[in-house]
Every structure is written in structure tokens, then in C-alpha cells.
Design a protein around this ligand. Structure first.
Ligand SMILES: Nc1ncnc2c1ncn2[C@@H]1O[C@H](COP(=O)(O)OP(=O)(O)OP(=O)(O)O)[C@@H](O)[C@H]1O
Ligand SMILES: [Mg+2]
Length: 370
């Protein structure tokens, strides 16, 4: 199980010499504004995927008076991950003592889902975020997917540069690229479509509890008219692509829309209801990956479990809704790191509180308490 047993964070934003023994279930972090709660979740995110959920830059993450930061997680049987990242951009990422050239193995070992006030962007933001959400699942289920996606992106970039510089022999060059892109694109599309179909039934089941009484449909858009093969679309739309100087159709334009009783969710639901929908999407995707990996024994190292980083769940949600989300998470047995200004804001059942790790965050220092 990818459960973080021990977590160390140092020189990351205001966090200093943090060394925690975490519970495999709930871990509650409380502290006043600016104490370092979000920073702790952010540090785990950076360790897992190499980037923050708040910024694309490294500089703001390093403590102002330091040159680098350290994050370390002991996952027990799943191994140990350590990251030293400096302002100059130098990384030292180690998995079980072995230097890693990229985040592929580490990301596959420590799958995360983040729920915070930015999570609305999954529904309200650009298609890129929804593609990333989908691709996260495809990547965890089919590890070869990442290579295909990267090859496809490189191919599209190359095709676009050809389209912009019309020259003699252009069509022959495009013919060659289109064969490669058609194969990769079609397979990326098939993987995403399969994921959406299986994930939708898990989402429906969760929404019965989180947003009861509503009929929810996930509509997947391939990025082209998927009644036709991608190869045909590339060929037939070539003249238009040349006119616009870019590839207008393809999985790089894929998206999905969620409809509630036939209406686009963002046009119908209140803020709180949208947050419940986002919670359902993320928990359902976490579960989907866990189940698929268990079926396929993808991890090959026993169970495969997603860790949930939940920042300030109390914002936007009333007490009954908070309780619904927490009950589902508690039921799933997943490891969750939850933050709140005051622990009582989470309104956790006394039994859950008793079993949870409890931590007080103050001026970048974190202490456990009973
Ligand atoms: N690079 C940095 N070096 C030192 N301190 C930093 C750095 N970046 C941010 N901080 C400070 O770290 C503190 C922790 O921020 P964080 O967002 O983690 O707080 P929080 O506990 O989540 O607060 P809130 O309850 O308001 O969400 C803040 O006081 C912030 O000003
Ligand atoms: Mg915060």
C-alpha cells in the first residue's frame, strides 16, 4: 500500500525540520492562517510529481533564507522517496536510494488526489485540466501511456511547424507524420474512452451519496468527430490545418463535460454542490485507479492506494456535506491528510478522531498531539 509512514520536510516555504509519523488513515493538521498547513500538502505533491499545485516555479517553494529544500517519505514496503531541490533548478530525486532521471516511477508509486479551493478549476477551467485529470488515471493503469502521449505531443509540435512553413514536398512529409500520429492518437483516444466508461459507473455510485437525486452523465469529447477514424480526419482536414497553421483536431483537444439532469453542471449547481461534484470526481478517480491496478496487479508490489490531500474541506461545504465526504473517505480506508484552521471545523466523528493522527501546525513547526 502506498501509505506514507514517515514524512520529513525541511526548508520548504516556512516548514522547518518537520518529521512526522503518519497514520495510515486520517491525519488532521490544524493551525492558524499562515502556519504552514497548505505548504505541507504542497511538499508531498512536489515529491510525488515534481511540481506544486500553487505555482509552476521552484523559487517560491524554497525557504526565503535557504538555497534548497528537502522532502522525504518512507512508504514502508513500497520504498523510500527523497527529493532535494535547489533554487538553481538542480534536482536530486531518489527512490530506494537510486537516483531517478524523471518522476515516472515515483509518480506511479505515490498516486495523489488533491482537494482544495482550486479544485473547482477541474470543472470551470480549461480542457487541459480535465485532460490531465483523465491522463492521470490512464497513466496509473497503463504505464506505457505516458510514452505514447509524449510521442504524440512531439509529433503534433513537429506537424504544426510543417503546417506553418508551407514548402515543396510538404504533403509527402505530412503523409509520413500523419501515419505515426494517427496510430498514437487513436490509441490515446481508445484508452481515455475506456477509462471514462468504467469510471462513470463509480462516479454515479458516489454521487448517489454525495449529490443525491440527480441524474449525472459524463460526456467525453474525443477532440475530433470520433465517428471517423483519426487517420481520416487528419487527411480530410489537412487543407484547413494548413490554413490555420496548426492541427485543429486530435486527442490534444479532448475534453469531457458533466451534465446534471441534462444541464452542464457549472451552469446549474451552487458552489457547494460543485465542490461536492469535484469531491466525487476525485474520489471516484482515486478508487478507479486503485481497483484497476488491483485487477491488473500493475504495481506488482501488493496493494495500490491513492493518498488524498484535502486542504480546507470546511470552506464552501456545510456540515452535512462535509460529513458525507469524510464518511466516504473514512469508509475507503485511504490515507488522507486533512487541514483545518481548527480541528473541530472538520466535525469528525469521535471514533474517527480517536483513530486519526493529530498534528498542530505553528510557525512552520509541526507537533503531534493526542
Ligand atoms: N519561500 C518561503 N519562505 C518562507 N516562508 C514562506 C515562503 N513562502 C511562503 N511562506 C510563508 O509560509 C507560511 C505558510 O503558508 P501556508 O499557505 O502553508 O499557510 P496555511 O497554514 O495553509 O494558512 P491558511 O490557513 O491561511 O491557508 C505563510 O506565512 C507564508 O507567508
Ligand atoms: Mg492554507
Amino acid at each position: 500500500m502506498a501509505v506514507i509512514q514517515r514524512l520529513m520536510v525541511d526548508r520548504f516555504r516556512n516548514l522547518e525540520a518537520v518529521d512526522l509519523a503518519l497514520s495510515p488513515g486520517f491525519n488532521l493538521f490544524s493551525g492558524v492562517n499562515g502556519s504552514g498547513k497548505t505548504s505541507l500538502l504542497e511538499a508531498i505533491h512536489v515529491l510525488s510529481v515534481g511540481r506544486s499545485f500553487r505555482t509552476h516555479k521552484i523559487d517560491p517553494l524554497v525557504n526565503r533564507s535557504q538555497r534548497d529544500f528537502l522532502v522525504f517519505a518512507d512508504l514502508g514496503k513500497q520504498g523510500r522517496i527523497g527529493l532535494l531541490k535547489s533554487r538553481t533548478g538542480k534536482n536530486e530525486l531518489k527512490y530506494d536510494g537510486e537516483q531517478q532521471r524523471n518522476w515516472q516511477t515515483v509518480a506511479a508509486t505515490l498516486p495523489l488526489q488533491v482537494l482544495n479551493t482550486e479544485s473547482f478549476q477541474l470543472l470551470e477551467g480549461s480542457g487541459k485540466l480535465r485532460r490531465r485529470f483523465l491522463d492521470w488515471a490512464v497513466f496509473h493503469v497503463e504505464h506505457s501511456y505516458l510514452e505514447d502521449w509524449r510521442a504524440y505531443r512531439r509529433g503534433i509540435a513537429h506537424r504544426n511547424s510543417l503546417l506553418k512553413n508551407v514548402s515543396t514536398g510538404l504533403h509527402a512529409q505530412l503523409d509520413a507524420w500523419d501515419v505515426e500520429l494517427a496510430g498514437l492518437g487513436q490509441s490515446i483516444h481508445e484508452s481515455r474512452k475506456t477509462i471514462i466508461e468504467s469510471f462513470s459507473s463509480l462516479l454515479e455510485a458516489l454521487l448517489k451519496e454525495l449529490l443525491p437525486g440527480r441524474e449525472v452523465v459524463v460526456e467525453y469529447k474525443a477532440g475530433w468527430d470520433s465517428d471517423h477514424e483519426f487517420a481520416t480526419v487528419l487527411r480530410e482536414q489537412r487543407a484547413r490545418d494548413i490554413k490555420y497553421g496548426m492541427t485543429l483536431n486530435g486527442p490534444h483537444r479532448a475534453d469531457f463535460v458533466i451534465k446534471i439532469n441534462g444541464v452542464i453542471a457549472t451552469e446549474l449547481l451552487s458552489r457547494g454542490q460543485l465542490k461536492m461534484l469535484v469531491c466525487a470526481l476525485k474520489i471516484a478517480m482515486g478508487r478507479f485507479v486503485e481497483r484497476s491496478a488491483a485487477d491488473a496487479n500493475v504495481a506488482g508490489r501488493g496493494d495500490y492506494q491513492c493518498t488524498y490531500l484535502i486542504d480546507d474541506l470546511a470552506s464552501e461545504l456545510d456540515r452535512p456535506n462535509r460529513n458525507r465526504v469524510l464518511a466516504i473517505l473514512a469508509d475507503s480506508g485511504a490515507q488522507c491528510l486533512l487541514t483545518a484552521v481548527e480541528a473541530k471545523d472538520l466535525d469528525l466523528d469521535a471514533l474517527i478522531v480517536e483513530r486519526s493522527g493529530k498534528f498542530h501546525v505553528e510557525h512552520g513547526k509541526i507537533q503531534s498531539y493526542q
